[in-house]
Design a protein around this ligand. Structure first.
Ligand code: GLU
Length: 294
């Protein structure tokens, strides 16, 4: 394997120093594809509670690399919704779109080190395959356009790899850096020690573990909170689940009522409570918070 260039070595060392110095460092990483819906807000609250209960830092990262999916104004709305709820983050907002340089440096190192192969499989060829079946692993495709398409770049993951992720796409065929690579680099850059996020992302974890392994680093502790359910424990309809704070505010709920509602959705409180995020934090023990995260 190629030796890491000096600046990537330093990059890792800065992240390690942050992780070593700060105790718990958590983060919330929404994609600015629209308003934070109630499920996102529930996850934000849980992630904030876990970090603050541990006396740790909580960072706000915006996953805005997939620019066609970004919605104008969403980044500002995310911040104002979190502030309205009293979920303050530490330091500046971290925009992935401002970090493309570091992602491409790592991509280039991975490629030069032989970790990557160019994949020209179509979506149709891969339909129904849980893991990448390895078609292009030995094909020797090159970088450039072929039949008017760029390849995607996949990380080679051994078939007997304990993470069982299959070969992970790290740069997509549309030219965008893949979430799986960017998120791992960011956890390392910002010295994240503990991630609490929604259970829908549990399935992304094996791929992320494979990327951490390729970069030679150990992952933070990843834990997942419950998805949003209604009072009887049923999954919400798409419409209910995709609405944000606006309908609640329009119905006259203030931040204390919404925090109460999110906390009861997490089974942390009985329905009907009204309290600020800080009061909720003071009210809960670490065991109570940990009990809803797995
Ligand atoms: N931006 C990703 C999403 O909103 C989440 C990333 C993460 O928490 O790892 O689904």
């Amino acid at each position: 394997m190629k030796e890491l260039p000096e600046h990537l070595q330093q990059h890792l060392e800065r992240g390690r120093a942050l992780a070593a110095a700060g105790g718990y460092r958590g983060r919330f990483a929404p994609s600015p594809t629209g308003v934070l819906h109630l499920g996102n807000l529930q996850t934000a609250l849980l992630s904030w509670l876990a970090a603050r209960q541990a006396g740790g830092a909580w960072l706000l990262r915006i996953d805005d690399l997939d620019t066609p999916r970004n919605r104008a104004g969403a980044i500002e709305e995310i911040q104002s919704d979190l502030r309205w709820l009293g979920l303050e983050w530490d330091g500046p907002v971290l925009l992935q779109s401002e970090r493309r340089g570091i992602y491409y440096s790592w991509l280039s190192w991975l490629r030069r080190s032989g970790w990557l192969f160019a994949c020209r499989c179509s979506r149709r060829q891969l339909a129904g395959q849980p893991n990448y079946p390895g078609f292009c692993r030995t094909a020797g495709h090159h970088w450039g356009w072929q039949q008017q398409r760029l390849p995607s770049w996949r990380l080679r993951v051994a078939d007997d790899d304990p993470h069982g992720s299959g070969d992970v796409v790290v740069r997509r065929a549309d030219g965008f850096i893949a979430y799986q690579l960017a998120t791992v680099i960011d956890e390392l850059s910002f010295g994240i020690t503990d991630v609490v996020r929604g259970a829908d992302l549990r399935e992304a974890l094996p791929a992320q573990r494979s990327v951490f392994a390729a970069l030679g680093e150990s992952p933070p502790q990843f834990r997942h909170g419950p998805l949003l359910c209604d009072a009887s424990g049923q999954k919400l309809s798409k419409r209910e689940a995709s609405s944000g704070l606006e309908p609640l505010r329009a119905a006259g709920l203030d931040a204390a009522a919404v925090i109460g509602r999110l906390a009861s959705g997490l089974q942390l409180l009985d329905p009907g409570a009204r309290l600020s995020a800080t009061e909720l934090l003071e009210h809960l023990t670490q065991q109570e918070i940990d009990a809803v995260i797995s």
